[in-house]
Every structure is written in C-alpha cells, then in structure tokens.
Design a protein. Sequence first.
Length: 344
Amino acid sequence: MSFFPEFEKALLELPKLVEEYSERRRSVIAKYLHAIEWRVVEAQPMESTVCAVDSSFTLIETRIGILFFVQCIAKCRSSDMYATQRSADVGIIDVANLYSEIGLRRIAPKHIVAMVAQLVELEALRNALTQLRSHSDVYALVDGSAISFTMMRPRKTLRVGERIEILSLSRGRTSLLDIAFRRLTLVKELRSISNLVFVAKTSGISTYAPPYPDIELLEYARIARIEPYIRTGFSKPVHLEGDVLSKVLGLPKNVLENYSLNCITISYARLRDYAPTFQLSFAQRVEEDIVENVVRSLAKWSPAGYPVPLESVHRLSKISPKRLRKALHRIGLTPITGREIIEY
C-alpha cells in the first residue's frame, strides 16, 4: 500500500516541525537540568551473574470473547552458570463484568493482559533463579519499572478487579484482583532471594524537576553533550515513600506494609558514555552505593549501552501476530473480529 502524495509531503515537513519544537523545549529544559545530581562511574565493570526476563503478549477481541496469549522467557548467565525458564499462558477474559451499568468498559483488556504477562514474567524469573546453585548475589533484571509491576493499573482495579474473571490454561478461573496481588507477593519473594532491578527503556515520571519528565531532561543533555550527564553513571536516587507511594501505586499504606513495600527507589543510568539513559528502579529503599554497584555490574553486560541479557529475552519472547493467526487457523480456531471484510 503506497502513501498518498499529501501524506508524503507532510512527512517531508515533519523534521522542520520537530526541530522547531526541540528548540523551544531546549531553552526551557536547560534551566531545569541542574536539578539532577549526576554521579559519574569510572569504567571498572564488575563481574556478576545476571538473570533477565521479558515477555510478549497479544490479545484478539473476537465477536464472542477476548482471547489473550502470553509468551515469556527468563535466562540466567555468568561465567560458569546458565539456566533458562520458558513459560506461556493463553486464555479468555470473561466479559460478563467487564462493562459498567451504562455499557462502558471498566478496564481496557490490554491492561488486564499486561498484568497477566507481568505475573508470568515474575513466576518465570523465580523459577529460573531456583535452578542456580546460588542466587542471593544474582542481579535479577525485569524489563519495566517497579511502579508498573506494583501499581493498580488502572486505579479502579482495587474496586472492580475481583468481579473481572479470567480463564487461563495455567491458572484456571481467577480474578484480576488475585493476579494484581499475586504480583506483589512475587516481588516480595524475588527481593528476598536476589538483587531485583527493574530496567525501563521509557518513563513519563517526573521526580527531579516537575513537570518535565526525567528521561526527557537527560536525553536533552545527551543530544546537547552537556557534562557530566553524558558520562557513564547514574542520577542521585529518589525515594517514594509513605503517602506519596500510596498515591502513586493506588494502594492503601496498610496493604503496602503487608507486602513489605514501603519504598520504591528511582534512579537513571547511562551504561556507556553518550548512550541513551534508562530508568533503574527498586521495590525497596536503596542508597547510592547499591545503585553504583548495579551500574558497574550492568556495564559489563552492556557494550552498546543496554544490557544484552534483556535484549536477548526481548527478542526471544516476541510473538508474531501474523504467525499466531495462522496457528489458530490450523488448529481450527479462526477468531472472527469483524475486520476480516476490510483486511483480507
């Protein structure tokens, strides 16, 4: 399918629009960059064992129900240890209580499946770690943020999640609320048996100079080559605690205490000079010395600026929607979505 001439013309004008926008932002962002205290780390990578996990998920909204598919892999590696854990889950979201009294969806199906995928990831990571002879000093890497893996997303999950049922091959019939809290249980367990680190490629959170997103400030520093922010290192950690943490996660403080989730620590790291910045977050309180050790350890696994173990599991877990549809057709399950008349 070719582009219309009008669309091609618009694309040619886009770089100019982006440059104008960037120039306006740079003059403002430069004033706020000093709010981020940057700690430069000398290039002395530490030897470490790393276990990384990632998943891919998709859903198909058919005329008779919502099907979901999750594929996940966790891989642990060091100079003398190796372990792999593959897992998957498929199922149906029961639409009976997905809609409100006025016929609107209470929660987007994509958010439901995202929670299922997070739970599958944490389970696979736990199972991979238990295959190692020793795992207390392992860095367990999760693609995403500590906030996304512990928050009630959306907030109404706490209120209506118990009524939204999911029928899955691996779990049978369960509720969205059960899945949400099961994640918290596994985060607590993983913290106790490993060094649990969440690594996010993107983040819209603003902790240093609201309302400007932290990553936007640091990306501007990289583009403009502003010292010392372009150097391998990390930002001074920020701790979310008490009422702030409760508000961010959408959970009462007494619930957070039940899961020993009293603090989330956020920092940003550059694992190679001039490389993009990534968010590091921890489901507990950690100080600068711990973050520095994490950066030194991950630097060994990040020749291009991003941890290779995370890149590897991301590629391996990817689900091809086209291949999935072909597989469903072969097993005699051809979902009817209503789009077939215009897509085929």
